[in-house]
Design a protein around this ligand. Sequence first.
Ligand code: BES
Ligand code: MN
Ligand code: ZN
Length: 482
Amino acid sequence: MKITLERNPAEQIAAGALIVPVFEGEKEPRFGAAPFVDAGEVAGKAAEFTLLHNPAGAAAARVLLAGAGKADRFDSAEMRKLVAASVRFLKKKKVLSAAVLLEGIRTGAEFASAAVEGAILGDFEPDRHKTGNDKTALASFTVVCPNGTADLDAAVLRGQVLAESQNFTRALANEPANLLTPLKMAAAAREMAQEQGLECEVLERGDLERLGMGALLGVAQGSAEPPALIVLRYRPPAAASAAHLGLVGKGVTFDTGGISIKPSEGMEKMKYDMCGGAAMIGAMRAIAQLKPPLAVTAFIPCVENMPGSRAQRPGDIVTAMSGKTIEVLNTDAEGRLILADALAYARRLGCTHLVDAATLTGAIVVALGHIYTGVFSNNDAMRDRVLRAARAEGERMWPMPLDDEYKEGLKSPFADLANIGTRWGGAITAAIFLKEFAEDTPWVHLDIAGTAYLDEPQPNMPKGPTGLPVRTLVRLATDWTD
Ligand code: BES
Ligand code: MN
Ligand code: ZN
């Protein structure tokens, strides 16, 4: 997609369609829109679209009046959604060149960036494996901001990098488990690293054995597919910060549950159990291009959780790299096991701050649904950094508790820890388990089980992976101050 920024008046923009946001209760007098407003056909409600042909006074072939909701609630997140939904609407009509008009108080850098992101994110289709899928990509997108300020050029570029990386994550996350095994995921990370100038190292089974990663290896042993721990390194051009951020992502390429096997209904969605890992790879892709001032290393433990003849059994006791012993009471609580070793390894390699993202628990979906990502932390300042970044990027996140009392549930009479707690507060006990391996390093855990993929299509996004929380992670790195 060709992205451009135009500072000329809206009337002069040539495009297949010029997207014009229309707010509730506001009358759009231009482009022959007035009669539509007067007739009540255009009310400015969100996701309401009216396509005008040969619009009066515009060089564009069409004007798309795009309902934008209440003007005082229209922020950059709404802009991103509006453009994405508009692009999806236009693509259905085979209109493959579009522009959007930014004006009034909505001309800041965050709106320009969000508009570009909306176009690229809205253009994403999860149809890689459909034959004849090459006909509907948006060819060009223009941000029109008459007399726009000088900072908009950088904002447009940044938006492009962010959204392309988010789509990279979505495409990777959507790959089925037969095509994306742990080693294939490592190969995809390595290829991206080569293109973007990142260092990539892949630890294979022998390496993991030498390191004593018994928790990770225990999960992997039920599958014929060997495990991999992907390490991606970004080093800043001039180390302006002493911090070293570690990004740890769950990379379960398929989660059957293992011997504690899951019900078959909906099990196909467990190909998404590597969304956290895919998000870290996508975030590193953007970080490589945006070059923040601190060192960032991503760690992605990749395994397939299968009930093979060598699979671990309920009751097995494994020893994690940190030395802690774990009684595996439920083999379906595998994410925390592989993350335990990856978090410990990130600490060993010198990370001073940690963020992990994982489709970790069904319980977080019960608690927060599909709207908010659950945020857990052992450090208030670190949690605030992440929440601030999330807010700036329009990725909704909500803080969850992590009091010591919850640790009671993870007691085992036979080992240092059990891998599951009692019935209630399952997202919290999972986070408490991880905290044991983050130890005293400032750490944030993002449980993205409810937000990493959509079960139902939305106007701005098809069913499938959302690419969350790539933008938050990138913003966390690029906004970093010590
Ligand atoms: N990958 C699942 C969590 C999950 C559930 C993600 C639904 C997306 C949608 C995870 O490995 C898992 O199975 N968790 C168990 C933990 C339980 C055994 C303590 C769960 O949430 O049921
Ligand atoms: Mn599981
Ligand atoms: Zn899982």
